[in-house]
Structure formats: C-alpha cells, structure tokens
Design a binder for this molecule. Sequence first.
Ligand SMILES: [Zn+2]
Length: 359
Amino acid sequence: MTGTVLILIGGSMATVVGGLWAAFKYRRKPRCSGCGVPLDTQNDSRAHIIPNALGGRLAPKGIICRSCNTTLGNVADNALIDAFGVWPTLLDIPRQQGQNPTKTIDTRNGHRVRVKADGSSTKVDVQYDVAVIPEGHSIQISAGDMKTIRQLLLKAAKEFPQFDPTMAEGHARTIQDQGDQFKLNLDFSPQAVFGGVSTAIWLYLFLKTNRSFMDWKSLLAYITNAQNQGGQLRYFVEGLPGLRGPQIDLGHKLIVRSVPATGELIAYVEILGILKVGGIFAKSPRPGFALEHIYVHDVRQETDRSNEFSIDGAEFDRQDWKTVGLSPADAIALRAHFRKALEIFIHYYQQRFRATPSA
Ligand SMILES: [Zn+2]
C-alpha cells in the first residue's frame, strides 16, 4: 500500500512540472528577429545557417519569418552559393533537402557541357554546318542528345531532298572530346562571400544564445559594409588561430568566442574546408563577458564533430583581430590562396572519379 501511494505522488509532481513548462513556453511567444511579426506555423521558416546548397545542416526554426529569410537569401546567401560555382554538383555535396542541380559548364575548347550530380556529362552545344564541296554539299551535325540530332537531320532532309536522314542517323556516333577541360572557377571576393558569412554568424549566435547581438537593421548594414569594403572581416587562410582539432577535408566550421579583455566578439566561418573568413563581429554587452561556441560538421561523412574541437584560449587572446589573417586588399596573397583552394577542389573531384576533370 505504501508503495502505491509513493508512486501516485511522484506522478502528480511530474504533471505539475510539465504544466509549468507549458506555461513558460506559452509566455515566450517567438517573434521574427527581422521584422518583429509573431511567428506561427504559417510564416515561421527554417533558416539554414550555411546554405542547403552548400551542404549546411543547421537550420533552426523560430528565428526569422519566411519573408526575412528570403531577404537574407537575396542580399547574402545566393551570392555565397554562386561563389562556389558548379562545385557542389561536381563534388555532389550531400544536401539536407533535394539534389544538386544539373549545371552547364563551358569548356576551354568553347563547348558547353551539362554535368549531373552523378558525374555524367553531355555536350549540349548544337552544330549544324553546311559547306559547299565539289560533289555537292557537306553537312556537319552534332548535339548532346539523339533527339536533337534527329531534329537536325530532318531539317537537313527538308533543305536537301536527296539527303537520307535514316541512313545518316545510322552513321551517327558518339565522340569523346579528348583534351578538352571544364572551365572552373571560384569567386571568393568580399562581394560574393562576406554577406553569407555575416548571415551565418548572426543566425548561429541567435541559435546558441537565443538573442541577437545585432539588430536586423545593423545586420543589413554590416552585410553591406562587409560586401563593399570587407569591414572587419578578413580571410584566415591558415584557419582560425587557437582552434585545435583534427583535419577534416570537406567541413563546415562556425566558431564564436569573446575576448573578455577587449570585449570583442570574434566569429569564424569555414565553408567546405576552403573558404575561411572571420573577424570582429560585435562588441560584447559587458566587460569580462565569456562566450564560446564551436560547431563543426563533416560534410562528407554527414556527422557533427564539434566535440573534437577546442580553442587554445591563450593563443586566441594573443591575436590582434584587426590585423590577423589577410584583408581583401592583400590581393596577391589572396589570389595565390584561392588558386590553391581550386586545386583542393580539383583533388576532391579526382578522388571522386579517379580521373582528370576533362569533358
Ligand atoms: Zn520577418
């Protein structure tokens, strides 16, 4: 009997605690941190901190509404995605939603090639050349698919009634364009990448601290300033000073740490292991304010590896964050770095197919 009474009391206590939680949650009506509208199931949005198209996994709800999410996409994220060009498709970066899109790439020999995420590629430029020769006319036809070839053969048959499209189709063959190569690039200019990096930091800080260290208007101004002049953002070509952890080839990193002595809030974003940008993001609200958040996502293995990383506080605090790394004005050093970054991607691509990146 005694035992039964004890269980009953335990049960009712649990109910009371549950009720308090519900009341607390109910009071905290989330509002959009951009425009301030109350968030509900209709307008709440999943805000990818690093874009889905670049393999980002953190996508919290309850921070911004759909409309403000679209704004961030337009002012910042789309440019960041474009900066990586066709690489997410070439490397088939695992996405949270959807597939990597088919992309069209120009080749060095002046062709256009359509590349799918599975690695297959098709030449898409259409050729229909008629030349007069002593025997009559010579017609050269090429296209990326048989459907287009047939259309061109019928066009030739209309123009030249003696031309037999069925016989011509029998002679059609697939030729490899030996020696041709994709024209590949990356655009890691401040205009391309600094907006998306600023957005990622802002959203990540919100996710971790449940508050914004910068209001919406200031964020948009910060993004514009970073895109135009670099602002306080710099390229950390060797990675974030003081960050300790294993080598991860294709990784995303998001680090935010305060420097209590100066009141600076230092943020660092690494995307796909090669774009490494950070700097002073904000001033902390009070002196001595200590904050440290580390997020590391292994894109290839699709695993969270945050707990394998730490920060050497002494080395971190020693940095002069206004001068560490490279500024956008250090053009020569940056060009060399981005060439190296491209080589790293080419290396991953070769690992994927064990072949040279030629069309
Ligand atoms: Zn909003």
